[in-house]
Design a protein around this ligand. Structure first.
Ligand SMILES: Nc1ncnc2c1ncn2[C@@H]1O[C@H](COP(=O)(O)OP(=O)(O)OP(=O)(O)O)[C@@H](O)[C@H]1O
Ligand SMILES: [Mg+2]
Length: 253
């Protein structure tokens, strides 16, 4: 019998309007502790907006969002900070500080936790850099890295504090297939090593099959499908089927 304690994240009837668009229209979703949940959906369907709600960067218009048992929809900045510390966030665009070296970017969240022991910071930053294959690149500025290297630096920054939950927004976009596979495997390894809960937004079906314990399909502002990746092949949901097979609705192009 499952109970609330089994869920790290609980989303109930979450709504968000941005400009003139109802982006989220009643999201219902639980993320179990320690699972890897992958969210797929078309470009512009609201995946990044949803992830930003989980990270406390957007606040919902309506509905409930619990993170680690705490309702965060009406929290002030100070209380939200405590929740944010439980989360690592890989932004879709990397969002590294351009004026800081890669090394300092990755040390940043560690310092934010109040850690002052430079030897410990050095050890943890070095380990995070090596885990993403960027050992030896710490002295570079983000602008001097390739797109894929910036992405990996973002992953290192998201995981360096060993948060309870990591939110990945498109971790493999812009990477070659071999690097993408390495990042997928890294996400699995981190989750297995630290029992981290992981929420991974992606377009990449290979990521779904490598990483997902469960997969959620976001469409028209709601979770239109939630299940095991093995269910994708035989799904009767035509929109999901088209997405999985990479087929557009246009028949006569
Ligand atoms: N800050 C904002 N202000 C107004 N509209 C926004 C804002 N952020 C996102 N949107 C809109 O919300 C919708 C969903 O955007 P979102 O970035 O979540 O899409 P996505 O599913 O992540 O797409 P992609 O796969 O291309 O990254 C889009 O129409 C976008 O224009
Ligand atoms: Mg996005």
């Amino acid at each position: 019998m499952k109970n609330e304690e089994d869920n790290f994240i609980e989303i109930r009837d979450l709504h968000k309007r941005l400009g003139s668009q109802d982006v989220l229209r009643g999201i219902m979703l639980d993320v179990r502790r320690g699972e890897r949940l992958v969210i797929i959906g078309g470009s512009g369907s609201g995946k990044s907006v949803l992830l930003k709600h989980l990270a406390g960067l957007f606040s919902a218009d309506r509905g409930s969002l619990k993170i680690d048992g705490v309702e965060i929809t009406n929290l002030g900045e100070r209380q939200l900070a405590a929740t944010r510390r439980k989360l690592g966030y890989l932004f879709q665009d990397g969002a590294l500080f351009g004026s800081l070296t890669v090394w300092d970017n990755i040390a940043f969240p560690l310092r934010e936790t109040g850690l002052k022991d430079e030897k410990l910071i050095d050890e943890q930053v070095t380990a995070a850099l090596e885990a993403v294959g960027l050992g030896g690149h710490g002295d570079k500025l983000p602008g001097d890295l390739s797109g894929g290297m910036r992405k990996r630096a973002g992953v290192a920054r998201a995981v360096v504090t060993r948060p309870k939950c990591i939110l990945y927004d498109e971790p493999t976009s812009g990477l070659d297939p071999v690097l993408a596979d390495a990042i997928d495997k890294l996400a699995v390894r981190i989750q297995e090593q630290y029992q981290t809960t992981s929420v991974i937004v992606t377009h990449n079906m290979k990521t779904v099959f490598t990483v997902a314990d469960r997969v959620a399909f976001l469409r028209d502002g709601v979770i239109d499908f939630l299940g095991h990746p093995s269910e994708l092949e035989s799904t009767q949901n035509q929109h999901l089927k088209a997405f999985v097979e990479g087929r557009s609705a246009e028949q006569d192009l």
